[in-house]
Design a protein around this ligand. Sequence first.
Ligand code: NI
Length: 197
Amino acid sequence: MAKMKLRYFPDPVLKQKTKRITTFDSSVRKLAQDMLDTMYANDGVGLAAPQVGVSKKIMVIDVTAGDDEDDRRNPIVFINPVIIESEGEMVGQEGCLSFPGVFFEVKRARRIVVRYQNLAGKELKLEAADNLLCRAIQHEMDHLEGELFIDKASSALQRDLEMTKHGFMEGDVEELEQQVKAAGGTIKLHANEPVIG
Ligand code: NI
């Protein structure tokens, strides 16, 4: 088991576009395993390579991680993923391993079909709709484009409050809380939210 060092916002690697993987060798398998080890160790359900400082198109997801003490592990490794179908909308809370403690609502497609390659280089397709897997795929794919969930918040105020509370932005937490209340938003507690990664 090899844990990698997580990169946190505003590490510039998080803003870089990643490169396609063209060689499916043991170094890619090792990277995938190290990313999974890192994801499980940090209680995430997903992790994209830029979050461990690697600018390549690979991400891992396991929505069963953390279900139980032994984690019913069912990991999926996505290499060079592309969304080939997308429809509808769903809004839900997201967290990210590169922003510890921060949660807010993000709008995503309700149903997607993603085409990707596995560790053997084989092309596969996966459909996901109305669930955490569907949300996690979209969140991690954004990381591969150098895009972050802070640019997709449903409410900028709610995001700013969370970012300020957790030290990613300068500001007055009380004042932001008042603004969120005034705007009709609720100030939520996020004790049991899954951290997508
Ligand atoms: Ni993330």
